[in-house]
Design a protein around this ligand. Structure first.
Ligand code: ADE
Length: 226
């Protein structure tokens, strides 16, 4: 997979791609990530990429010309499965979306800033819009990092133990059950007996029950969706 990220702050977004599972996925060639600084496509030598909004109102809007320049350049080089715009006024990211995107070949992610991008960018180029939650960030960079992380770890082969992504929260529509490790007792707090029993059908049953219980308690909306 190849991910191209367009941003006004490449420094803000790079670090999460240089650690842990995502770094290993890059090192092993499962994913290539390229960052493009929108300022390199600015209209003038002062690096102009934004302007006041027509009709008045606070906040600057990213202009269409620099975005057109970078998107057109990238599109001329390869075909993109999706051109994604990160914005709070969009459907919320779900595990299902991450699953689907993890099977794509080339993805472009555009991150907004200030008041966002000129609507014509969204109308003309963007094929999918994603929010990472009902709150507003200073820019789309962190949202793009979150989206990319959720996708990259699902690329077949990235996680050593294939089953571990399958047992993540949300994969079966439920939250994950609790996990424990050694010691089996700490300051009087004991690990549930069943997990030490070696009886795997019973353990599976316990995990399913707990997953349902936790989902019902903290995210009943997930059960309503079924
Ligand atoms: N940009 C600003 N806030 C955002 C959000 N919640 N999701 C995606 N992009 C954003």
């Amino acid at each position: 997979m190849r991910i191209d990220i367009i941003t006004v702050s490449p420094e803000l977004i790079q670090s999460p791609f240089d650690h842990s599972i995502i770094k290993r996925a890059r090192d092993k060639g499962f994913v290539e990530v390229h960052f493009h600084n929108l300022r390199d496509y600015a209209l003038n030598n002062y690096g102009k990429i934004d302007d006041y909004q027509f009709g008045g109102g606070a906040g600057m809007v990213l202009m269409i010309e620099p975005i057109d320049a970078i998107i057109s350049k990238l599109k001329a080089e390869r075909e993109y499965d999706e051109i994604i715009y990160m914005t709070p006024d969009a459907p919320t990211l779900t595990q299902q979306t991450a699953n689907t995107l993890s099977l794509k070949k080339n993805i472009m992610i555009l991150t907004g800033h200030y008041k966002g991008v000129d609507q014509r960018v969204r109308d003309a180029y963007v094929t999918k819009e994603i929010s990472i939650g009902d709150y507003v960030l200073s820019g789309g960079e962190l949202a793009a990092a979150v989206l990319s992380d959720s996708i990259i770890r699902l690329i077949p082969g990235v996680l050593g133990d294939e089953t571990s992504a399958l047992t993540d929260s949300f994969q079966d529509g439920l939250l994950s059950p609790p996990v424990y490790t050694r010691p089996s007792e700490f300051n009087g707090m004991k690990v549930p007996e069943v997990l030490l029993s070696g009886n795997f059908p019973k353990i599976d049953e316990w995990r399913s029950e707990k997953a349902y219980e936790i989902t019902k308690r903290v995210r009943p909306d997930l059960l309503d969706e079924e």
